[in-house]
Write a protein that binds this ligand. Structure first.
Ligand code: TYD
Length: 261
C-alpha cells in the first residue's frame, strides 16, 4: 500500500510524502524508545491507539481555536497532516512534579506545582535534547520572540483544555510535551501545533489510584503497557464497546500487517 516516498523516520512515527503538495502522511509505529533511545521495545497496538488519541485531541483543540497540522485520519495507523517546518524546540508543560523535574531538583514525584511550568529543550538527539532558556532560543535563532510568544500562549491554552478534558475522565494531566511548526504562506509563516499528543508524550495518572496510564509503564517496566494506552482511548470514548472494540482495533491491525502494510 505505502509506495509513497518516505520523508523521515523517527522513533515512533514515519512521515511519507502526501497526496498533494504541502501535505504529509504521518504513520504511527508500535516502536517505543526511552532515555534518549537507550531503551527500545514494542508496544502492541500502540500506533493504532496513538493515531486515534492524537486525532481526537488535535480535533478537539481545533474547536477551541488552536491551529494544528492535523487534516484527517486516513486509516488505523495513518493521518494526513499539513507539512510544516518543525521548530527545533520541545515544549514541556508541567502541572505536577515527575520525571526529570523531580530528578533534577529533588522535588518528590506527585507534588502538585503551585503554578504551571513551561520548559524548553533543544531538539538534538546527539546532545540528548538539552534544556535551554529563552535566551538560547533567541541567541541561536531557533525561533523568533513573536513565535515564542505564540508558542507559550498556545501551550497554556492547550494545557487548560487538556487538564479539563482529562479530569472529566478521572485522569490527572501531570505533564506533556508539545512540538510546533511553521506553516508557510508565501513569505509569511505562522506557528501551528504539530507532531502528536498521546500517552507517549504525556504523563497521565488515574485520579483515584494514581496508577500511571502512559509511557512511564514502559520506561519503568511496570507491565500492562498496551492496556494503559487502551484505557486512555476507552475513557476518551474512542473504543465504544469495552472488550470487543479494544480487541477489534488490535485484530484489524494484525490483519493489516499480514497483508503487508
Ligand atoms: P521529562 O520529565 O522532562 O523527561 P522524561 O520523560 O525523560 O522523564 O518529560 C516531561 C514530559 O514530556 C513527559 O510526559 C514526557 C514528555 N517528553 C516527551 O514526550 N519527549 C521528550 O523528548 C521529553 C524530554 C519529554
Amino acid at each position: 500500500m505505502s509506495r509513497r516516498r518516505q520523508i523521515y523516520e523517527g522513533k515512533a512515527k514515519i512521515l511519507y510524502e502526501g497526496p498533494e503538495p504541502g501535505t504529509l502522511v504521518q504513520y504511527f509505529k508500535d516502536d517505543a524508545t526511552a532515555f534518549n533511545a537507550q531503551k527500545k521495545g514494542q508496544i502492541a497496538g500502540k500506533g493504532v491507539l496513538n493515531n486515534r488519541i492524537s486525532e481526537h485531541i488535535f480535533k478537539s483543540l481545533a474547536t477551541i481555536g488552536v491551529p494544528t497540522h492535523f487534516m484527517r485520519r486516513l486509516n488505523m495507523r495513518e493521518q494526513l497532516i499539513r507539512q510544516v517546518e518543525i521548530v527545533p524546540i520541545e515544549v514541556i508543560v508541567r502541572n505536577v512534579a515527575a520525571g526529570t523535574l523531580s530528578k533534577r531538583l529533588g522535588i518528590e514525584e506527585g507534588t502538585q506545582l503551585p503554578r504551571t511550568i513551561i520548559e524548553y529543550c533543544y531538539k538534538n538527539d546527539e546532545l540528548g535534547d538539552p534544556m535551554v532558556a529563552d535566551e538560547h532560543i533567541a541567541c541561536f535563532g531557533w525561533a523568533s520572540q513573536d513565535e515564542m510568544n505564540d508558542i507559550a500562549d498556545m501551550a497554556i491554552r492547550i494545557n487548560d483544555f487538556m487538564c479539563g478534558m482529562f479530569s472529566g475522565i478521572g485522569i490527572r494531566l501531570v505533564d506533556f510535551k508539545l512540538e510546533f511548526g511553521r506553516l508557510f504562506d508565501g513569505d509569511f509563516s505562522r506557528i501551528i501545533l504539530a507532531d502528536e499528543i498521546s500517552p507517549d508524550s504525556c504523563r497521565l495518572w488515574d485520579m483515584k489510584s494514581n496508577k500511571k496510564l502512559d509511557k512511564d509503564r514502559f520506561r519503568q517496566d511496570l507491565g500492562d503497557v498496551a492496556e494503559a494506552y487502551q484505557e486512555i482511548a476507552r475513557r476518551l470514548g474512542l473504543l465504544t464497546n469495552e472488550d470487543g472494540e479494544a480487541g477489534a482495533v488490535l485484530d484489524l491491525d494484525a490483519h493489516r500487517n499480514k497483508k503487508g502494510k
